[in-house]
Design a protein around this ligand. Structure first.
Ligand code: TMP
Length: 241
């Protein structure tokens, strides 16, 4: 596609978003910057932007093959991808298969406890408020999303979980939990946006439970770059994506 990168529209913690010569498309550019605890902790994970860009695109292709509509259009370079322009629904959509992180803390459940079924929760994307948990009726009452949009988001989130859980099981990785974001197209339909990467998922080695994700950075465990490289190596060796 013949599209020119124009002015920066937005800079997030891990990505920049640029307008393009076609208003239906944006270009996202992945950075090596890493933050945690709502930006309180800062660092760099060398090579992360390249891995997250390529890995997200592989996951979006896999999901598209399985019937999930995503913003992915075309990878342009190691760090840049052309995506459909959407309006992001300001929710962090979190699915959990195994207790970990804030869920374990909130409910006093040991990390690693298998959940009887996958859980879905929402946080309002609002840094000033520290991304508070929000329930369905609050989302509708505040006009964050409509009831129909929430239904589409829920169905999409569980479908993403089914596809990814099976894919990662095939490369010896337990998908503990993940966060996704939804976007609205001009026609009002909901599609998957943002990224799917070790920044936004918890991946544990299926045999050893070794963490292969951003928790190594959040918790100062060391071996951060190596973890991103290892998960990426396993994905690329698997020929289905
Ligand atoms: P949590 O246990 O800290 O709530 O995280 C749940 C999942 O969401 C985990 O896979 C990490 C991901 N996540 C993000 O992608 N962005 C965030 O800002 C936070 C807090 C978590």
């Amino acid at each position: 596609m013949d599209i020119t990168k124009l002015e920066q529209r937005y800079e997030g913690k891990a990505k920049k978003v640029f307008a393009t010569s076609d208003p239906s498309y944006y270009i996202v550019e992945y950075k090596d910057d890493a933050t945690a605890f709502n930006g309180l902790k800062h660092g760099t994970i060398t090579g992360k932007g390249v891995i997250n860009n390529k890995m997200s695109n592989m996951m979006f292709r896999l999901l598209e093959k399985n019937g999930v509509k995503t913003h992915f259009v075309e990878q342009l370079s190691d760090r840049e991808t052309l995506v459909k322009a959407v309006e992001i629904v300001p929710l962090e959509i979190i699915i959990r298969n195994t207790a970990a992180g804030s869920f374990s803390k909130r409910y006093g459940v040991e990390e690693g406890t298998a959940l009887k079924c996958p859980t879905l929760e929402f946080s309002l994307k609002n840094d000033a408020l520290n991304d508070p948990l929000i329930n369905d009726s609050h989302i509708i009452a505040l006009g964050v999303a409509t009831e129909d949009e929430l239904k589409a988001i829920r169905e999409m989130a569980y479908k993403v979980n089914d596809v990814l859980k099976e894919f990662f099981a095939g490369i010896g990785v337990k998908l503990v939990d993940f966060k996704i974001e939804a976007g609205r197209l001009p026609d009002g339909s909901i599609i998957l946006a943002d990224e799917i990467s070790p920044d936004t998922c918890r991946f544990w080695d299926a045999k050893t439970n070794e963490k292969l994700d951003k928790d190594r950075f959040r918790r100062d465990m060391g071996g951060v770059e190596e973890a991103y490289e290892e998960i990426f190596r396993r994905i690329t060796e698997q020929k289905n994506v």
